[in-house]
Design a protein around this ligand. Structure first.
Ligand SMILES: Nc1ncnc2c1ncn2[C@@H]1O[C@H](COP(=O)(O)OP(=O)(O)OP(=O)(O)O)[C@@H](O)[C@H]1O
Ligand SMILES: [Mg+2]
Length: 147
């Protein structure tokens, strides 16, 4: 079953708070694909998610390609940005290694560059409505058990 949720953010803080809220439904082994143009709030959202997990200082992975954080509770947050990569580059990055890991959650910006993302990924679409407003749409496959 598919579930969809739309949120309108009016500020950077709103988007961060939405990340804090989203973190409640986070579980190890998840892959979350973050779609949207430059500057639409994908990194800000991940910062909010991490904040509530006790991880501060989240930086954009635009240049590092992949950032890894560990929460005090032992959960690894892998935050990647594929903007600068092609198919081969994505393959070389080895994202697959983090998929379905018991103690990992994977967030991917510019997932269009990833040829074969996990089919059960949660997808979040960020759209700028104007300078300070963003539409954030979450599409996830719900398991029968919690449908
Ligand atoms: N409602 C909003 N939500 C999130 N960011 C906002 C909002 N309004 C303005 N901004 C600004 O938009 C920018 C979002 O930056 P962010 O790094 O999160 O974008 P991004 O989607 O990760 O882009 P990139 O693809 O370049 O990595 C920040 O400068 C932030 O201050
Ligand atoms: Mg970013």
């Amino acid at each position: 079953m598919m579930s969809e949720r739309v949120f309108i953010s009016h500020s950077e803080q709103d988007t961060r708070n939405f990340g804090v809220e989203f973190a409640k439904s986070l579980h190890a082994g998840m892959t979350i694909l973050l779609f949207g143009d430059l500057g639409t709030g994908k990194t800000v959202f991940v910062r909010g998610v991490c904040e509530v997990l006790g991880i501060s200082g989240v930086r954009s992975p635009s240049f590092t390609l992949i950032n890894e954080y560990k929460s005090p509770s032992g959960l690894y947050i892998i935050h990647s940005d594929l903007y600068r990569l092609d198919n081969e580059g994505v393959y070389a990055l080895g994202l697959e290694e983090y998929v379905d890991e018991r103690d990992c959650v994977l967030f991917v910006e510019w997932p269009e560059r990833w040829e074969n993302p996990p089919a059960n990924s949660t997808k979040i679409f960020f759209t700028a409505l104007n300078e300070n407003e963003r539409e954030i749409r979450i599409v996830s496959l719900k398991q029968e058990a919690d449908a």
